[in-house]
Design a protein around this ligand. Structure first.
Ligand code: HAM
Length: 414
């Protein structure tokens, strides 16, 4: 019996990987224009890091982490997200000596969730963190950068939902208000929400159980319970989003699945993905750096779900692939000359594969077709002597003789 991949872990195959690369390149291009630099952190961390940052009563920590003991009995966890590791590195390497650190990262994350379309156990994120800036303008600027990214790669139909979760000043009072409300609808809550009602009542607003959704319909809104500082911060975020030409819908029920957030939180959803429709999410986390042993550092960040973006682009084919050309040299002289010709074409950025197989021209043309060639270029000793090649358009079957230079021009057109 052959061995298959682990459930919820995917191979990214050629074709799809072209889309991935284009998306990553576009993110790097746009993010670096806003002053971000890349950071790479390890794929596993000490388990304690995630317990202390994501929150012990979140779904991620309670049931989704890949945690195991190494040979020395230390508890390690495959990172379920990228923010906590970046904060750990920020403190460990004293990056806080710079006034503001803008960091982005990309790589696999691991959560033991039930796999379905757009939800996997190993998935990739592109994340960005602005560390050391408390200004609401930093939130609005990062959101504006993210919306530009989606527009540039051709993801349409996105909606930005924002909320504010308050801070240590106003959230405790809101929690009490919510707890009192939940006590009144106890009978309709699921077991999970009942259990977490005292420690983490906000989770009930995020619960997908139909009873909980119904029971919390009239729950008090956090936006109405913000202190003056948080309300003004939120107001400025909204003002600057407007100035950037970005529409945002306020969703006071959006509490996010991680406990480190303060003030602004957001999600960007896209139509056409089904139930797993969040393509990016994040928010402000002003307390996390201090909580993990660093200096007081207000931060804002987000992560984009790569698989979900790739699914959208694949369905809308908004990203076009470079056309493939197969080059067939006939005869020893042509074979030898092909080395320099193809080297020059590839340096021009053309995508050319030489067919080295023996066999008749007919069978080699068939191989080119099966390889997905957009053009097949044939060069025999006679053509070589004239400085020409025969270019066949595989879609129309039209064939023409062109100089090396003109052939390179033609196949670059796609
Ligand atoms: P998150 O909302 O847990 O936030 O994940 C961000 C995005 O990752 C989601 O919107 C989704 O697109 C994608 N994603 C999450 N889980 C899966 C999954 N199982 N399969 C496929 N895609 C998934 C965070 O991770 C925070 N660290 C974001 C952040 C950065 N907040 C501040 N800074």
């Amino acid at each position: 019996m052959s061995i298959t991949a682990i459930r919820g872990f995917n191979d990214i195959l050629p074709g799809d990987s072209d889309i991935w690369r284009r998306v990553e390149e576009e993110a790097y291009r746009i993010f670096s224009g806003y002053g971000f630099s890349e950071i790479k952190t390890p794929v596993a961390e000490k388990t304690e890091l995630f317990l202390r940052s994501i929150g012990e009563t979140t779904d991620i920590v309670e049931k989704e982490m890949y945690t195991f003991q190494d040979r020395h009995g230390d508890s390690l966890t495959l990172r379920p997200e990228g923010t906590a590791p970046v904060v750990r590195a920020y403190i460990e390497h004293k990056l806080y000596t710079a006034p503001v650190s803008k960091l982005y990262y990309t790589g696999p994350m691991f959560r033991y969730e039930r796999p379905q379309k757009g939800r996997y156990r190993q998935f990739y994120q592109i994340g960005a963190e602005v560390m050391g800036d408390e200004s609401p303008r930093a939130d609005a600027e990062a959101l504006s950068m993210l919306m530009s990214f989606f527009a540039n790669i051709g993801v349409a139909g996105v909606e930005l939902q924002i909320n504010s979760l308050g801070d240590a000043n106003c959230r405790p009072a809101y929690k009490e208000k919510l707890k009192a409300y939940l006590a009144g609808v106890k009978g309709s809550l699921c077991e999970n929400c009942l259990r977490r009602m005292d420690t983490n009542p906000l989770r009930a607003l995020d619960c997908k159980a139909s009873g909980c959704i119904e029971a919390t319909k009239d729950a008090p809104s956090i936006v109405d319970s913000l202190c003056e500082g948080c309300a003004s911060h939120f107001g400025t975020v909204r003002k600057y989003l407007k100035l950037s030409g970005i529409d945002a819908r306020i969703n006071p029920r959006m509490v996010r699945g991680l406990d480190y957030y303060t003030k602004t939180t957001f999600e960007i959803t896209s139509t056409g993905l089904g139930s797993q429709n969040a393509v990016a999410a994040g928010g402000r986390y002003d307390g996390l750096v201090k909580e993990l042993g660093g200096p007081e550092t207000p931060c804002f960040g987000f992560a984009i779900g790569m698989e979900r973006v790739a699914l959208i682009l694949k369905e809308t084919s908004a990203i076009s692939k470079k056309p493939l050309t197969v080059f067939i040299a006939l005869g020893e002289k042509a074979e030898e000359a092909s080395v320099a010709i193809l080297k020059a074409w590839r340096e021009k950025g053309l995508k050319v594969m030489e067919d080295f197989s023996p066999g008749s021209l007919k069978s080699r043309m068939k191989r080119a077709d099966r390889a997905g060639a957009r053009y097949t270029v044939i060069m025999g000793d006679d053509e070589l002597a004239k400085g020409e090649v025969s270019v066949k358009d595989m879609r129309t079957s039209a064939q023409e003789m062109l100089s090396f230079e003109a052939a390179a021009q033609r196949i670059s057109l796609g």
